[in-house]
Design a protein around this ligand. Structure first.
Ligand SMILES: Nc1ncnc2c1ncn2[C@@H]1O[C@H](COP(=O)(O)OP(=O)(O)OP(=O)(O)O)[C@@H](O)[C@H]1O
Ligand SMILES: [Mg+2]
Length: 218
């Protein structure tokens, strides 16, 4: 059974007089344990798709099934409950909080977990050790390199042990060595059972995925 199914979803953004159709009767299946690349031109809806899968944004119509169960979310419903222990997100341009230390940024990934503060700290440290960034604990993202920031963002996404990791251009703007290291982290996570959906413009990233979906601009 698919972990995720989108059936004939439609998404139109309306701003003032203008309308942008992002998805028209769009279908998607994501199998448990798979690694899927999402490609497509700027504006084709890649980030919108990840936001819909994460329950941060919502289709206007169509169905979203997770483990075969309908996901019905809107502005007033509980997206936090839906995401808990399910979804880890690596957002475009990392979105780390500069006023927080690297450690606190990772801890943020557990704010919605319901765990006690001491459990959150323990898990945050464990995941930073696993990604080789425990030494950066007290640093502000402002002083971190691109690759280090990306590791912190990955740590924040995976600290809650999510079943699916949604990554929005995780290797954009990294040199090729660092890019390879980040790809290796994603590959290892996938081999350890995490389902991964990764947005990328990079053929090399797509080549390590089991499937590539190309979004068309409407
Ligand atoms: N909140 C919003 N309100 C209005 N229009 C939006 C909104 N979010 C996205 N759009 C529009 O929807 C389309 C898809 O945007 P999206 O961010 O999903 O593209 P993308 O494929 O991620 O592009 P990029 O590669 O540049 O990140 C764009 O035309 C964008 O302008
Ligand atoms: Mg985008």
């Amino acid at each position: 059974m698919s972990m995720i199914e989108l059936k004939k979803i439609n998404k139109i953004y309306k701003t003032g007089d203008s309308e942008t159709t992002v998805f028209r009767d769009f279908d998607l299946n994501i199998e448990e344990g798979s690694m899927t690349a999402i490609m497509g031109k700027s504006g084709s809806g890649k980030t919108t798709l990840l936001n819909i899968l994460a329950g941060i944004d919502y289709p206007d119509s169509g169905e979203y099934l997770f483990d075969g169960n309908p996901v019905v979310l809107n502005k007033t419903s509980d997206g936090v409950k839906f995401r808990r222990n399910k979804i880890g997100m690596i957002v475009q341009h990392f979105a780390l909080i500069n006023e927080y230390s690297a450690f606190e940024n990772v801890e943020m990934g557990l704010w919605e977990s319901g765990l006690s503060s001491s459990e959150q700290k323990k898990k945050a440290l464990e995941v930073m050790e696993r990604l080789g960034i425990a030494g950066l604990k007290t640093k502000s993202p402002l002083v971190l390199s691109g690759g280090e920031k990306q590791r912190v963002a990955i740590a924040r996404a995976i600290v809650c042990s999510p079943r699916i990791i949604l990554a929005d251009e995780p290797t954009g703007a990294l040199d090729s060595d660092t890019e390879n290291e980040i790809l290796q982290i994603l590959k290892d996570l996938n081999q350890n059972g995490s389902t991964i959906v990764v947005v990328t413009h990079d053929q090399e990233v797509a080549s390590i995925c089991s499937r590539t979906i190309i979004l068309e601009k409407h």
